[in-house]
Design a protein around this ligand. Structure first.
Ligand code: MN
Ligand code: MN
Length: 464
């Protein structure tokens, strides 16, 4: 097996430049697209620029689609599907690239705001799997929306502009941490302690005792009223998340890696999106499906388990003039998918959790996981040997550097992806993706050459 370092494919200056330029475009995306809503907005806007039409507008006009057309559809602002219609009827199936655009973070509770000891706080409930002790003493930003009763939706983003204030969660000083340091990692910082400090100045117009109560909180409410025209009750219908503030950065003195928030799974979503946007229409229909809620089980209307994708394929068939209920089943059944999600990169600091022959390594290209899961592959899609062979051929023919891996040693842990849910439609699916260090930590790390190989692999898959 060839496990050559993929950087060695790009020794010529002009080739190396292509890798670096793609990474730079990814880094710019990552810095401004930290939530599923921001990713959906970014991808929809870029798709429009690339000539994709909004399918909802075609549906409203009872319009048609034909070979060569490019369309997209968003779902509640949190999930997006893109299609490039092929020459073959859709009922012959699609080549589908799937990935997720939600990432672990802290969500504000529905009643979040309170004052304690003349400090104002926002109470949170974390989202996805996190080591809670990693999320304290960091500069954090607030991203999200506040939906008001009058139907308006106010976008919130505080902490990203260098002139913005940041917020954060405090930790105990080492001098007084004797008891805390004896706790196990899971208990050092507990979920209910992830309280975000947002203010310390009391409202200066406090004239009577009633006003003086919770004056710091009142001052924060005044700031929110002035800046966003929102009231305390509006938090009831808000989705505001707390996540690491600041842009993604080059990582390493050789600039070989990227450090950024939420690379699980935007490091697969971005190259998947770019692959469908950059590839000329072909024989088969291309699809790219970027979903929400993977980190909490792919549930709900915007997760992979939603009927959104199948409904959208049904709409496309209708727009093609095919209203047979059988066609939707065939379109899914004859599709093939690359379900992309991040793999754990081998970490020389923690070799004991990995099995070296079956680990993913930085610089060795796109990762293929025949199966994922935990405790005896439980919850895994487990692609067939025949499909695995087809995928190997696609990547070898296109000179894509790839490696295979599984998530750590047997019974060390494990994890799942969206692959099995696509598989439930009776289609061939395989897990693939990019290796990540610090997975689910506030700042995750990826290798630029792996991102570029992933992009090349996705293009090759669409064309196959
Ligand atoms: Mn993931
Ligand atoms: Mn994850």
């Amino acid at each position: 097996m060839d496990s050559k370092n993929a950087w060695l494919k790009y020794t010529k200056k002009r080739d190396r430049k292509k890798v670096m330029e793609f990474a730079e475009q990814y880094r710019a995306f990552l810095s401004v697209s930290k939530t599923e809503r921001e990713c959906t907005d970014f991808f929809a806007a870029e798709a429009e620029k690339a000539g994709f039409k909004n399918l909802d507008e075609i549906i409203a006009e009872n319009g048609t689609v034909k070979a060569g057309d490019k369309v997209y559809r968003t779902n509640r602002g949190k999930n997006i599907a893109l299609f490039v219609i092929g020459e073959e009827p859709l009922s012959k199936g699609m080549n589908i690239l799937g990935a997720h655009i939600d990432s672990p973070r802290m969500d504000l509770k529905q009643v979040p705001l309170y004052e304690d000891t003349e400090m104002a706080f926002l109470d949170t409930h974390y989202y996805g799997g996190i080591k809670k002790y990693q999320w304290v003493t960091l500069p954090l930003a607030l991203h999200g929306v506040v939906a008001k009763k009058d139907g308006t939706v106010v976008k919130v983003c505080i902490g990203e502009d260098i002139e913005d204030p940041v917020v954060g969660v405090s930790d105990l000083l080492i001098h007084l941490a004797a008891d805390q340091m004896k706790k196990t990692g899971a208990k050092v910082i507990e979920g209910e302690d992830l309280n975000v400090m947002i203010g310390t100045i009391p409202l200066d117009k406090a004239t009577d005792d009633k006003d003086k109560k919770d004056a710091v909180k009142k001052n924060i409410l005044k700031i929110l009223k002035d800046k966003y025209d929102i009231e305390e009750d509006d938090f009831l219908s808000a989705e505001i998340v707390v996540l690491p503030a600041g842009p993604a950065r080059d990582y390493g003195l050789d600039r070989g890696c990227i450090m950024g928030y939420g690379q699980d799974d935007k490091v697969c979503a971005y190259p998947s999106f770019r692959a469908i946007v950059d590839t000329e229409p072909g024989k088969r229909t291309y699809a790219c499906l970027l979903v929400d809620k993977e980190e909490i089980g792919s549930v709900g209307a915007t997760g992979m388990q939603s009927k959104f994708f199948a409904n959208t394929v049904a709409e496309l068939l209708h727009a093609e003039g095919d209203d047979s209920p059988l066609s939707i089943m065939r379109a899914m059944q004859y599709s093939k998918a690359l379900s992309s999600d991040v793999s754990a990169a081998f970490d020389p600091n923690y070799p004991e959790v990995m099995e070296k022959k079956n680990s993913a390594y930085f610089g060795r290209g796109l990762v293929i996981n025949k199966y994922t899961g935990a405790r005896g592959k439980s919850g895994s899609n487990d692609a067939s040997a025949e499909y695995m062979a087809e995928i190997r051929k696609i990547f070898d023919d296109a000179d894509v550097a790839f490696q295979t891996s599984e998530l750590g040693k047997v019974d060390q842990g494990g994890g799942g992806t969206i692959a099995y849910i696509l598989g439930n439609w009776d289609m061939n699916v395989i897990d693939s993706g990019v290796a990540v260090l610090n997975m689910h930590a506030p700042w995750e790390i990826t290798s630029k050459v792996d991102i570029y190989e992933a992009y090349k692999g996705y293009v090759a898959f669409l064309l196959a």
